[in-house]
Every structure is written in structure tokens, then in C-alpha cells.
Write a protein that binds this ligand. Structure first.
Ligand code: KIV
Ligand code: ZN
Length: 514
């Protein structure tokens, strides 16, 4: 029997720290259910001490997920840990993940603590957490830039205090594979109680080496990999789950290890995370990019037609690429719709929400004959601008473009419950639409990203639009979907404005900033 690597997914925590990737409680639940369906071993559901909203989301994930361990991050202090315990305690299986920086740079500049103080605080935090659960993970933040002798002292101390997983983060993506492997080997050899812990690795992708570093660590004895769907995460992101899992599976001859992941759930997970966060997957991205498989992208190379193995090392079906399946249509009733939502892991809180969603589905089915799973996900990804509680709500729009004339957009919007009719000209239809919205919103936000993607294939497809706005140090993403991409753009823009309008204060666990 091959040894199994623990797959620890941190899409909902580190992934969410990526500017603009913040998710609602309902969105986190949908992703958590998909991660569970994919048989991820540990789901890091968030940082409960960040805000009331984060706490509630972690608690909800803890109550819902049954097959994976649910984990909460906490800084190394009693208050954060107590908050995490409170959020997690109803889970069938749960873990506290606590961390403290150990590099000279972080200790001096960020923590303003001496090494002895850091050692004491790390051990105290683990001891405190141990009063509540046996499943404790400790991370010496910025481990790859820490002094190895000091790292050994801290890790030996926290294992003695009760940590059962030791996670080695390459926090700023600085490590090189050989060095990462060397570090894991050194720590496992030099720390006398190292055999009492599972060794884990958590790599960032600043130099594009996160996956390589994680796999090198595995070769040196790490048996847990921390990763995210699509490699989402701060700056250049984290280790991509789909890449490490498929590397271990495809090159089992080399690694001699397995994971428990149901790989056929990888592409659905990738699409779900992309449509919820608005972080589009590049076409040439390994495993989950649209061009990753000639077969899936419709490119029929001669060699592949003759024998698949000539150019393909993995099978598209094994990672969940299927031809779009028609699941519903114009004649589908509420029960069929409800059942498909259940199958997709989309749970709605009330009959009113179901009615709302069903109405939107019917509108879509009037415009588009065949409805695919991707269309249903897009209906829910388009979260802004039609909910009761939204500050800005989309009512209707019309838009005129003609060669030789300036495009004009006219919209009817609700702003704080009051109806407004707005119009503007622009250099193109999207510009005109955003200017018309801004004539009432006057947000002064900067548009930092605008992108459109087809949800499925064919010209009937819905366009999924992402709008990223930045204002006063905050970055938010809005996603909109419609068969009319100008309407989708208006939804996305209003959704981003609604997010900017909400003033939820949350703390970043690593920088301590809001
Ligand atoms: O990158 C990092 O160091 C982290 C820790 C909190 C594990 O995300
Ligand atoms: Zn990280």
C-alpha cells in the first residue's frame, strides 16, 4: 500500500486573502461542499477572529461538512484560538491552525518581539489550543527565511506542547525546490521529537515555484500539502491543488504515494471557484485551463487521434472535463430546478430565495434553449444588484451602438430603494454603461480589471463579466452573467459597487491590517 498525502485546502482562507477574492457565507459553503465532494482531507474554512462574518462562515462550514476535517486559522494568542474553537466545535472533525513568525525580519519589524518571546508565545498558544482539541497544527510563518537553529527550537517546543502537524510555510515564495527539500530534511533529522508530528508544506508562488517546492518537500518527507483551487492566494497565489494532486497521481511511479482526492471533481471545483471569485483561469493553465487537453479544447491533433498517449499524459475525463451536459431547459419545473441545485451543492436559505433564483433561471431559459450546470453556477455567481439588501439594484437597461455614432446607455436603477433613470455616452457600450452608473454612484473607485468570458461554448452562451474596483486601499470583485454581455457588465459593476458600499471590517491574519 502506498502512503497517502494529506491534502489541506486553504482556498477559503489564504485564497480569500487575495485582494478582491472575498466571498459571502453562502459562496464559502458552496465551495466547501465541493471540496468535501472532492474528498479533500482538511478544509481551512477561514480566520474566525477576522470579523463576525468570517466567524459565522467558519461555523456554518463546520456544521455542514461531514467528511473532511474543518480547520480554522488563528494567530498565536488565546483570544483568536478561543474564537476559532467556538466557530469549529460543532464540526464532526476539526483542527486549530495557529501560527507565529520566526524569521528575524518578521520578529523584529512586524512582531517587535525577541526570539525568546516568540518561542514562549508559540508554545503557550499550542498548550492553550491543546486544552480544546488534539488536532493542532503550528506554522512558523516565513520559515524558509528563518534561522534554522531557532526554527528547530521553536518546532521542538511546539511539538512538546502538543502540535500534531508542523507546517513549513514559504510565506513570500522565496524558496528554491532543492532548498525546500533540504530544509524539511534538516528539520526532520535535527529535531528530536520530529517523528511525533506530520510534516506539512505551504508554498507561495512568487517565483512560480510553489508546486515544485511542495513536491520537493514531499520527496523530503512532508506528508501534507497546503494548496488552493486554481492556485488562488495572496500575490502570485499558493500551490495549485489540481497540479500537485495530478503530479502525484500521474507520476505515481516516481513518488510512490497517493492522495484521497476524487480527481473527477477537479474541473467542477475550478470552475466554481473561478466563477464565484471572478478570478479567471488562464487558458494554458495546467490541468484546468481550457487548452490543457487537446481533447477538451476541441483541437484534434493528428497524433492524439491515432493514439491518445502520444501527446496526453492524463485523461481529460479523469480530472472532470466532460462535454457540457444539458441539464435543464425552458420546460423544467421548480422541482427539477430544486433537485439540480441540491446535486450541485447549492443550498438556499428560504423559499423566497428559491423563488428568486427560479425566476432568474426562467428568464435565462427564455433567452437560451439549453441550460448547463455552468449556467446555473453563473446564475448564483452573479450575486450583486438584485438582492433585497443591495444598495444598488439593476432594474433594466437599453443601449444603442451604431457605426459612426457615440454609444449610448440608459439604465433604470434602484439606489437605496429610490428609482433613478440615468444615461451616458461613452467610447464604447461598456464605457457608456459604467459612466451612466457612475452618474448616480459617484464612487470615485478605480476600475482595475474588466474581463469577459463565455460560460459555455457557442454564441448562445452567457458572458460572465468580472469587474475589479479599488478604492482607499480596498479591492473588490463584482461578477455578472447574462447572455447580453453589456447587461452582464452592468450587473458586475453594480455588484462591485455594492461590495464597496458595505463597510465590513475584517483583519488580515498575517499583516494585522483591515
Ligand atoms: O503564508 C503563510 O505563511 C501563511 C501562514 C498563516 C500559514 O499563510
Ligand atoms: Zn500563505
Amino acid at each position: 500500500m502506498n502512503e497517502q498525502i494529506v491534502i489541506f485546502d486553504t482556498t477559503l482562507r489564504d485564497g480569500e486573502q487575495s485582494p478582491g477574492a472575498s466571498m459571502t457565507r453562502e459562496e464559502k459553503l458552496r465551495i466547501a461542499r465541493q471540496l468535501e465532494r472532492m474528498r479533500v482531507d482538511v478544509i481551512e474554512a477561514g480566520f474566525p477572529a477576522a470579523s463576525e462574518g468570517d466567524f459565522a462562515a467558519v461555523r456554518e462550514v463546520a456544521r455542514t461538512v461531514k467528511e473532511s476535517t474543518v480547520c480554522g486559522l488563528s494567530r498565536a494568542n488565546d483570544r483568536d484560538i478561543a474564537r476559532a474553537v467556538e466557530a469549529l466545535r460543532e464540526a464532526r472533525s476539526w483542527r486549530i491552525h495557529t501560527f507565529l513568525a520566526t524569521s528575524a525580519l518578521h520578529m523584529e519589524k512586524k512582531l517587535r518581539m525577541s526570539p525568546d518571546q516568540v518561542l514562549l508565545q508559540a508554545c503557550n498558544a499550542v498548550r492553550f489550543a491543546r486544552q480544546h482539541t488534539d488536532d493542532i497544527e503550528f506554522s512558523p510563518e516565513d520559515a524558509s527565511r528563518s534561522d534554522v537553529d531557532f526554527l528547530c527550537r521553536v518546532i521542538e517546543g511546539v511539538i512538546d506542547a502538543g502540535a500534531r502537524t508542523i507546517n513549513i510555510p514559504d510565506t513570500v515564495g522565496y524558496a528554491i525546490p532543492d532548498q525546500m527539500a533540504g530544509l524539511i530534511r534538516t528539520l526532520r533529522t535535527r529535531i528530536p521529537n520530529s517523528d511525533r508530528a506530520v510534516w506539512s508544506v505551504h508554498c507561495h508562488n512568487d517565483l512560480g515555484l510553489a508546486v515544485a517546492n511542495s513536491l520537493a518537500a514531499v520527496m523530503a518527507g512532508a506528508r501534507q500539502i497546503e494548496c488552493t483551487i486554481n492556485g488562488l492566494g495572496e500575490r502570485a497565489g499558493n500551490t495549485a491543488l489540481e497540479e500537485v494532486v495530478m503530479a502525484v497521481k500521474t507520476r505515481r511511479d516516481f513518488f510512490g504515494l497517493t492522495t484521497g482526492i476524487d480527481t473527477t471533481q477537479i474541473v467542477p471545483a475550478s470552475k466554481l471557484v473561478s466563477s464565484i471569485t471572478g478570478f479567471v483561469v488562464q487558458p494554458n493553465k495546467a490541468v484546468v485551463g481550457a487548452n490543457a487537453f487537446a481533447h477538451a479544447s476541441g483541437i484534434h491533433q493528428d497524433g492524439v487521434l491515432k493514439s491518445r498517449e502520444t501527446y496526453e499524459i492524463m485523461r481529460a475525463e479523469d480530472v472532470g472535463w466532460t462535454t457540457n451536459k444539458i441539464v435543464l431547459g425552458k420546460l423544467s419545473g421548480r422541482n427539477a430546478f430544486r433537485q439540480r441545485l441540491q446535486e450541485l451543492g447549492i443550498a438556499l436559505d428560504s423559499e423566497t430565495e428559491l423563488n428568486d433564483a427560479f425566476n432568474r433561471f426562467k428568464e435565462l431559459a427564455d433567452k437560451k434553449a439549453d441550460i448547463f450546470d455552468e449556467d446555473i453556477h453563473a446564475l448564483f455567481a452573479d450575486s450583486g444588484a438584485h438582492g433585497e439588501g443591495d444598495h444598488y439594484r439593476f432594474i433594466s437597461m437599453r443601449q444603442h451602438s451604431e457605426t459612426g455614432e457615440k454609444p449610448l446607455a440608459e439604465l433604470v436603477l434602484l439606489c437605496n430603494g429610490r428609482e433613478h433613470h440615468v444615461k451616458a455616452e461613452g467610447s464604447g457600450p461598456v464605457d457608456a454603461t459604467f459612466k451612466a452608473i457612475e452618474s448616480i454612484a459617484a464612487s470615485q473607485a478605480e476600475l482595475v480589471l474588466y474581463s469577459v468570458n463565455a460560460v459555455t461554448s457557442g454564441t448562445e452562451s452567457q458572458g460572465e463579466v468580472t469587474v475589479r474596483l479599488a478604492k482607499g486601499g480596498r479591492v473588490v470583485n463584482g461578477v455578472g452573467a447574462d447572455t447580453d454581455i453589456i447587461v452582464a457588465s452592468a450587473h458586475a459593476y453594480l455588484s462591485a459597487l455594492n461590495k464597496l458600499h458595505s463597510t465590513i471590517e475584517r483583519v488580515n491574519p498575517q499583516t494585522g491590517t483591515a
